[in-house]
Design a binder for this molecule. Structure first.
Ligand SMILES: NC(=[NH2+])NCCC[C@H](N)C(=O)O
Ligand SMILES: [Mn+2]
Ligand SMILES: [Mn+2]
Length: 311
C-alpha cells in the first residue's frame, strides 16, 4: 500500500520495464534476464503480493556484435560500450520518469548493472531520492579506475558524479548524494573503491558487519540512511548479492553472500518501510543458471519487496 497524498492508502501499481543489455560486462547472456524473470512467474508473484502489474515490454537493445568492443574514443577511457550504454540508459531514464508520472512504481528488469545509471537517473529526475544498493560489489569505478573495462562495475560512481562522471548529463549526475546511499552486502571491493569508501560519507555495510550485527539491523539502518530527508528511495538488487549456492546464475559470483531467509527478510523490511520509489533487479544470466532458479529467486524477492507476507 502507498500513500496517495491525501493520507489515504491505495493499491500500488507496478510497471515492468525490461532492459535486456549485456554491454556492461563480458559474460554473454545477461541480456536474457528479463525473459527469464518473466518466465519465472513475475506477474503472478506480484499479484500474490497484492499489487497491480502492467508490462511495458523491453527496450530495444542492438546486439553488441555490431560494434568492436575494443573500439573506444578517448572520452570513453577504459570503459567498453560506453556510448551504447548511454543510449540505453537515456531511453530507460525516460521510461522510468514516464512510469512515475503515470502513477506506477517502475520495476526494471536487467540486463547487467550498467542499466542502473538509467533507472536511477529517471527516478531522480523529479525528486531527491536515496538508494540502497544490495550487492557483493561497490560498483564505484570510473572509466579510469576500472580494472575490467566493464561498466557494470561503475553505475554507482556515475550516479554520484565521482571524478570524470561529474556532470555527465545522461547519468543526470549527481542523481544521488552520498549521505543518502547505502551499499549492503559488500565482499568484493577494488583498491580505488576502497579508498573512496574510506574517505566518503557513503554508508557501506560489508558481509563482516552483517555477520556481526545481523542483516535485519543493518537493513534497518540502511533504510534510514536512504530515506533520510529524501522523497523515497531506489532499490537496486544485484542478484550476486546472494550467496552463489542459491543464486548461481550471475556473471560475477562471490562466495559468502546472504542466504535465502536473510534476503527475504531484507525485502520484507523494504515493503514495511513504505519508502520504495523504484526498483530494479539485475545481473540474472540464464546461461549460467540452474533450471532458472536465480530468476525464480528474483521473482520471490520482488514479491516480498512489494508486500507479500507469510501470514
Ligand atoms: N554489477 C556487478 N556485478 N559488478 C561487478 C564489478 C566487478 C569489478 N569491481 C569491476 O569493476 O569490474
Ligand atoms: Mn555485483
Ligand atoms: Mn552490481
Amino acid at each position: 500500500m502507498i500513500e496517495n497524498g491525501s493520507g489515504e492508502e491505495s493499491r500500488r501499481s507496478v510497471r515492468l520495464i525490461g532492459a535486456p543489455t549485456d554491454y556492461g560486462q563480458d559474460r554473454r547472456g545477461v541480456d536474457m534476464g528479463p525473459s527469464a524473470i518473466r518466465y519465472g512467474g513475475l506477474s503472478d508473484g506480484l499479484a500474490n503480493a497484492g499489487v497491480d502489474t502492467q508490462d511495458a515490454g523491453d527496450l530495444l537493445v542492438p546486439r553488441a556484435e555490431e560494434r568492436d568492443p575494443e573500439y573506444r574514443t578517448p572520452s570513453e577511457g577504459k570503459a567498453r560500450f560506453l556510448r551504447e550504454t548511454e543510449d540505453v540508459c537515456g531511453r530507460l531514464s525516460n521510461e522510468v520518469q514516464q512510469s512515475l508520472a503515470d502513477g506506477h512504481t517502475p520495476l526494471v528488469l536487467g540486463g547487467d548493472h550498467s542499466i542502473a545509471i538509467g533507472s536511477v537517473a529517471g527516478a531522480a529526475a523529479e525528486a531527491d531520492i536515496g538508494a540502497i544498493w544490495f550487492d557483493a560489489h561497490a560498483d564505484l569505478n570510473t572509466p579510469t579506475t576500472t580494472p575490467s573495462g566493464n561498466v557494470h562495475g561503475m553505475p554507482l560512481a556515475a550516479l554520484l558524479g565521482v571524478d570524470e562522471w561529474a556532470g555527465v548529463d545522461w547519468a543526470n549526475a549527481p542523481s544521488l548524494s552520498r549521505e543518502n546511499v547505502a551499499i549492503v552486502g559488500l565482499r568484493s571491493v577494488d583498491d580505488d573503491e576502497r579508498e573512496l569508501l574510506r574517505e566518503s560519507e557513503i554508508s557501506a555495510y560489508t558481509m563482516s558487519e552483517i555477520d556481526r550485527r545481523g542483516l535485519a539491523n543493518v537493513v534497518e539502518e540502511a533504510l534510514a540512511v536512504a530515506g533520510n530527508g529524501a522523497e523515497g528511495y531506489h532499490v537496486s538488487l544485484d542478484l550476486d548479492w546472494l550467496d552463489p549456492t542459491i543464486a548461481p546464475g550471475v556473471g560475477t559470483p562471490v562466495r559468502g553472500g546472504v542466504n535465502y531467509r536473510e534476503a527475504h527478510h531484507a525485502m520484507e523490511q523494504v515493503a514495511e518501510d513504505g519508502g520504495l520509489r523504484s526498483m530494479e533487479m539485475v545481473e540474472v544470466n540464464p546461461t549460467l543458471d540452474q533450471h532458472n532458479e536465480t530468476a525464480e529467486l528474483a521473482v520471490e524477492l520482488a514479491a516480498s519487496a512489494f508486500g507479500k507476507r507469510i501470514l
